[in-house]
Design a protein around this ligand. Structure first.
Ligand code: S3P
Length: 166
């Protein structure tokens, strides 16, 4: 079996769905952000504030390049991986890329009072999310092999939909 790669915006459920899907498939789950934090010994917020976004993006690409060796895993990516074409090329090569699409209201609900995501801190979070979604939705769409609508759905329902497609 190929890897299953989950992409989508922050708060779209990539980690929650990834963990449960891996349990269901009885295979290992990789969570990019968690792995990068463990490697760096820093939280994502600290990496952004100490070394900047460009450094974090380089760490993401380094991580993705190492995935070329990886087989039969569920991989939850960070919401920004689609910003780099090279990342997308590799992810498409190593597995089936599934876009978890949530609407902006659901995303806002999930991200309410979140302080772990540096790109959506401070004032006007709603506008920041809206702008990022407009930039990124086309990238998620063009990167995906499969699109799953997740708005208003329970995690188990989303898993069942994915299971039917694998
Ligand atoms: C980011 C999403 C985050 C994390 C970082 C940047 C983004 O991951 O990688 O804060 O640019 O969308 P999640 O999508 O898991 O929140």
């Amino acid at each position: 079996m190929n890897n299953v790669v989950l992409i989508g915006f922050m708060g779209s459920g990539k980690s929650t769905v990834g963990k449960k899907l891996a349990e269901r498939l009885e295979i290992e789950w990789l969570d990019m952000d968690t792995d990068i934090e463990a490697r760096e010994g820093q939280l994502i917020t600290e990496i952004f504030s100490d070394k900047g976004e460009a450094h974090f993006r380089a760490l993401e690409t380094q991580y993705i390049k190492e995935l070329i060796q990886v087989k039969k895993k569920v991989i939850s990516t960070g919401g920004g991986v689609v910003l780099n074409e090279e990342n997308v090329e590799i992810l498409k090569k190593i597995g089936m890329v599934i876009f978890l699409h949530a609407d902006s209201e659901q995303i806002m609900e999930h991200l309410n009072e979140d302080n772990t995501r540096p790109l959506i801190q401070g004032e006007n979070v709603k506008d920041k999310v809206k702008t990022l979604l407009e930039q990124r939705d086309p990238l998620y769409l063009s990167s995906a092999d499969i699109i799953i609508q997740t708005t208003g759905k329970e995690v188990d329902h989303i898993i069942e939909e994915i299971m039917l497609l694998l």
